[in-house]
Design a protein around this ligand. Structure first.
Ligand SMILES: Cc1cc2nc3c(=O)[nH]c(=O)nc-3n(C[C@H](O)[C@H](O)[C@H](O)COP(=O)(O)O)c2cc1C
Length: 178
């Protein structure tokens, strides 16, 4: 799948099958994180690979908006260092690269950010100074992905030309292309 098609088709999925994701694919997803460029090349992001069922259950317990993580095959916790003002931009970039790398291998994923941080830090021995930026759950989808159109606003309501507020009609891609 080329990069554009990957971006065009990728969805966030929250229901997973019990099929195991091969270890090599997990490593490639982590490698996608490692390869991601960070601000000033600081490479401050750290990742926890969670595969154990009990630990996935604990992630669900510590979550306020991602209880579905318990059904994932594995999860990756993204930790960043808030002393860098750009740390959340870096988090977004590694997250997107991991999700797209997984999608390329037909592995689906969903992200959540609602976390009971105190409880999480205790459960996973997280150093006090690090920020728990997000958690991604991965797995093969519970149902066949139908390729339904993404729920997105049209291009011309997002884009201005030359200066803020100057709109023009922009060709909108049709449903098939989306
Ligand atoms: C910054 C951010 C935070 C998100 N937080 C959550 C979350 O806490 N729980 C959740 O289930 N999904 C979360 N999502 C997933 C979004 O709901 C999802 O990306 C959006 O609905 C688009 O999904 P789609 O690409 O499948 O259309 C988050 C996504 C982003 C980018």
């Amino acid at each position: 799948m080329d990069a554009y098609d990957c971006i065009r088709t990728k969805l966030d999925i929250r229901e997973f099958s019990i099929e195991q994701v091969p270890h090599e694919i997990k490593l490639k997803v982590l490698e996608a994180a490692r390869l991601t460029g960070t601000g000033l090349n600081t490479q401050h992001c750290r990742f926890i690979l969670v595969e154990d069922k009990q630990n996935l259950e604990n992630l669900a317990k510590d979550s306020t908006s991602g209880k579905w993580i318990v059904g994932s095959n594995f999860a990756i916790v993204i930790l960043t260092d808030p002393k860098y003002h750009f740390h959340l931009i870096d988090a977004g970039r590694v997250i997107q690269n991991m999700q797209l790398a997984a999608w390329n291998f037909k592995v689906c994923s969903g992200i959540f950010t609602g976390i009971d941080k105190d409880s999480f830090k205790k459960d996973y021995d997280i150093p006090e100074e690090l920020n728990i930026s997000a958690i991604i759950g991965f797995g093969y989808p519970a149902r066949k992905i139908t390729g339904d159109m993404k729920d997105r606003v049209p291009l011309d309501s997002l884009i201005y030309f030359e200066k803020y507020g100057i709109s023009k009609e922009v060709k909108n891609f049709n449903r098939e292309q989306n």
